[in-house]
Design a protein around this ligand. Sequence first.
Ligand SMILES: O=C(O)CCC(=O)C(=O)O
Length: 265
Amino acid sequence: MQINTVPGEKERIQYQKNGFIHLSHIIKPDDLTTFKKDLRVLMDELEPERPPLEERDTYGRAFTQVTNLWQQSDVVRDFVFNEGLARIAAAIMGVDSVRLYHDQALFKEPGGGPTPWHVDQVYWPLDTNNTCTLWIPLQDVPLEMGALGFAAGTHTKQEGRDLLISDESETFYSDWVGNSGFSLSQDAFELGDISIHNGWTVHFAGSNRSAKPREVMTIIYMDAETRLLKKPSDTQLVDRDAFIPGVKPGGLADTHLNPILYPGK
Ligand SMILES: O=C(O)CCC(=O)C(=O)O
């Protein structure tokens, strides 16, 4: 998969100001359609058996989530380790070099519920603000299929930073964002578009009111110099054990699960 676009200064400044950016026509649609077929086969093997939608809680209705798929398949490994995508992450954050934190597939089935307003980094034991997620839809995502939406500028604020994804985070952030004058952005995605958001940006996704699954692959990067927080929370220690195993608080996040993806070797 050949990625030729590198965000410039204008995009970097926009990202730094808003905490997110939508980039159009980054990946060739054919590459994504081929990847989607392989990922679907893998997800069918790995997806946990799940109760019907109406019996799940809010988080469970939002999506099916499987992490670090790159360890399961060479096709996914090639996708996640793509240097062009990692170069976009480095350029938009304005850092020299990025590592993998982890990947995850997020599939929102037809009828799947909204993804509550939340911030990602509450889960991450990372002592840096230079983290970002590339959100890569594997088909067009019109608004009614559950496009991602962001509250611009919230990545610099401290409010609600202890709230995990839940009905509580939804209530808190929808009130706060609604009453504090942040501008909201929720755009449809064409196949080939991606968005990038900072780990502290407040965001959500709508429910999937279409008849098709909304299949999305995400790659989460961090500045290659990232260290673990000196005092991670219990929740963050769960992520540490899964994604940066064995590293002590304060240590460099550089296990075999966190290769430097840009610059490549
Ligand atoms: O895809 C979704 O529904 C939510 C994605 C999200 O919150 C994220 O990637 O941080």
